[in-house]
Design a protein around this ligand. Structure first.
Ligand code: AMP
Length: 423
């Protein structure tokens, strides 16, 4: 026997009915995002590596430890995208979108890749629903985005979550916060992992979201960016808060919230699941303002904000039984012989085109086993085309919910099925 080949570790197959839950989330997300004025973009799965190393930041976990980077056959370094913002900004700059419209609202859905340690809710290929607004600086936009995420979660009937909000401060606020962090961590240097010892010099903010236990312990009591906000950043956070209050969107200020990507400036947020459905992970998503990224990737100075949510984590929190969003089989044809099977195909074809999900069993199995399968599939109606039915040209139509059975002449069968199936 040849050896079985397995899927890559951390990259999962999506199988039914789980996929119907993903499709439901995606459909609802599209509806809400489009209602808020966002339009879809689709960027490539791979980009040239410097987009991420420069965009996300050299000192981040993603860039240092998690990227899938390889050289293609031309010897160029490519990276499977670990997130969607840098590619969106690259596309925005590359297509000179700023010239066409002063404000751009984009969303995306798709797979992302990070070589992370696997856990419940943490994979190496996962999917994000994300959105970016480019060209607007006012903090009411940040509030609108947070309110939209709140609305999406509630639309999905995910209610057991909190919206954590903070500000990491602007580029002007950063030096004071950075100095405070260095002063705090310098005496504890020995407790930090080798990466964080290096980060202490390069990018001390990153120590705050290091996943190593020792670094987490050493971070307790560390200075918060909220204590080092300048006038403008404080005003922006206040605007976000008062706007959310006015919209009736609940949130909590989290002093300790820093995001794992370097490009954030100003208000940041993170919807978090409560109630343990995600195990050790709690973040359903994350986002914030990134006013410097467009310029740092070669575009015009452009204020911007964005977020991304994890599709698999949303699916883990989605209430209801696994089949809840699967398309039900409404009717199954149980047939004896090829003529009956062909008749079944002929009758089911227009109904299928009208959107009814219909099963025709092509195994040539016994009537009993076909009936059993129809029942297992949850078909509401069974159309029985056995030998006596074919001879007498009358099908038996069985309502599987009531077990009631009627006989229908072939020439009335199409019409009857259309009525019964509401098509
Ligand atoms: P980030 O881009 O790191 O801010 O992540 C945004 C969201 O994407 C997180 O809150 C998760 O819901 C999801 N996410 C990030 N990394 C993973 C992963 N490795 N596996 C599954 N979901 C992830």
């Amino acid at each position: 026997m040849p050896e079985k080949i397995q899927a890559v570790k951390g990259m999962n197959d999506g199988l039914p009915p789980e996929t119907s839950r993903y499709a439901h989330i995606e459909a609802r997300a599209r509806r809400i995002l489009e209602a808020f004025g966002y339009r879809e973009i689709r960027t490539p799965i791979a980009e040239y590596t410097p987009l991420f190393s420069r965009g996300i930041g050299e000192g981040t976990d993603i860039v240092e430890k998690e990227m899938y980077t390889f050289s293609d056959r031309d010897g160029r370094q490519l990276t499977l995208r670990p997130e969607g913002t840098a590619p969106a900004v690259r596309a925005y700059v590359e297509h000179s979108i700023a010239h066409a419209d002063p404000v751009t609202r984009w969303y995306y859905l798709g797979p992302m890749f990070r070589h992370e340690r696997m856990q419940r809710g943490r994979y190496r290929q996962f999917h994000q629903i994300g959105a970016e607004v480019l060209g607007a600086a006012e903090a009411t936009l940040d509030a609108e985005m947070i309110a939209m995420i709140d609305a999406l979660l509630r639309d999905l009937e995910i209610t057991d979550f909190t919206m954590a909000i903070s500000s990491v401060g602007s580029a002007e606020d950063r030096p004071a916060f950075r100095a405070a962090l260095v002063a705090f961590f310098e005496p504890k240097k020995d407790q930090l992992c080798p990466d964080c010892q290096r980060r202490l010099v390069q990018n001390p903010l990153r120590i705050l979201d290091c996943k190593v236990e020792g670094c987490r312990a050493a971070s307790v009591g560390a200075p918060s960016p909220l204590d080092h906000l300048g006038e403008k950043s404080r005003a922006a956070l206040a605007t976000v808060r008062s706007t959310l209050d006015r919209l009736g969107v609940p949130y909590e200020i989290d002093q300790r919230l820093v995001r794992g990507l370097d490009y954030y400036t100003g208000v940041v947020f993170e919807p978090r699941a409560r109630g343990g459905s995600l195990g050790a992970q709690t973040a359903l998503g994350g986002g914030g303002r990134y006013d410097g990224l467009v310029e740092s990737l070669g575009g015009p100075a452009t204020p911007a904000a964005g977020f991304a949510m994890g599709l698999e984590r949303l699916a883990l929190c989605l209430p209801g039984e696994p089949n809840r969003f699967a398309t039900p089989i409404v009717a199954a044809f149980v047939t004896d012989g090829e003529d009956a099977r062909r008749l079944a195909l002929e009758l089911s074809h227009p109904l299928r085109l009208a959107g009814a999900s219909i099963e025709v069993d092509h195994r040539g199995a016994s009537l009993k086993s076909q009936l059993k399968r129809a029942d297992k599939l949850g078909a509401h109606w069974v159309v029985l085309l056995g030998t006596p039915e074919m001879t007498e040209r009358r099908a038996k139509l069985k309502d599987m919910r009531t077990s009631e059975q009627t006989e229908i002449p072939f020439d009335e069968l199409g019409k009857t099925l259309r009525e019964k199936l509401g098509r």
